[in-house]
Write a protein that binds this ligand. Structure first.
Ligand SMILES: CC(C)(COP(=O)(O)OP(=O)(O)OC[C@H]1O[C@@H](n2cnc3c(N)ncnc32)[C@H](O)[C@@H]1OP(=O)(O)O)[C@@H](O)C(=O)NCCC(=O)NCCS
Length: 182
């Protein structure tokens, strides 16, 4: 099963069925923090829901079309990161992520994104990785900006968030840019 050691304290681990309760509790404890930017949080009301979502994520991984992994910091589940879809024809993917409120500010997500860029470009051989962030989501935008992604533009009203639309900023990193930096 897929695990990826990011550093001595951080590890990515594919979600499996037995993580359903732990993942639900993480999201539930951080409901107010996460729902600000993640529209799906309000729909998650029971660990049972993860019993049907996790197999979908595992199938996606088995089919090599994306994945969703837990972020473990000193062994504790503190967040999630993954590739929404892998578009093999166009050799590209996009990343999504979240962290528990109380572990923000330690660089955990920047390190995880960096590790997944390595995975995308060197292990999977992809050409392009995209991250879309809410225009006002400054903490999220700081991650691709810190890692040298290119800001490509804005998708106006790109996402519905609690009955309102908001703008998304598109960031991307290309393989040749990443290689020339490493
Ligand atoms: C977006 C989110 C993951 C950002 O979390 P974060 O902790 O700010 O991001 P990082 O883990 O990369 O940490 C960066 C912070 O740690 C600091 N830091 C400490 N050590 C660091 C290191 N080695 N490397 C990078 N940053 C480091 C940075 O200075 C920065 O602090 P600042 O916010 O005070 O400037 C988090 O706010 C979140 O989950 N939000 C809700 C869900 C969400 O918005 N998801 C994204 C949807 S697009």
């Amino acid at each position: 099963m897929f695990t990826l050691k990011v550093d001595n304290e951080i590890e990515l681990q594919l979600f499996q069925i037995h993580h359903a309760e732990e993942l639900f509790l993480l999201v539930d404890r951080n409901r107010e923090h996460l729902r600000t930017w993640l529209p799906w949080v309000d729909n998650m009301s029971s660990p049972i829901q993860y019993h049907s979502i996790i197999p979908t994520w595992l199938r996606q991984f088995a089919e090599n079309t994306g994945f969703n992994a837990g972020i473990r910091f000193k062994g504790a589940l503190v967040g999630s990161i993954g590739f929404h879809q892998i578009d093999w024809h166009n050799s590209q993917t996009s990343m999504g992520y979240f962290l528990a409120k109380d572990v923000q500010g330690n660089g955990i997500m920047s390190k995880c994104v960096q590790a997944l860029l390595y995975y995308a470009f060197y292990e999977l051989g992809l050409n392009r990785v995209e991250i879309r962030c809410g225009q006002q989501n400054h903490k999220s935008r700081a991650i691709p900006e810190r890692l040298g992604f290119t800001k490509e533009g804005i998708i106006r009203d790109g996402e519905r968030l609690h009955y309102n639309f908001h703008n998304l900023i598109v960031y991307s990193m290309l393989r040749n840019e990443w290689v020339s930096r490493s």
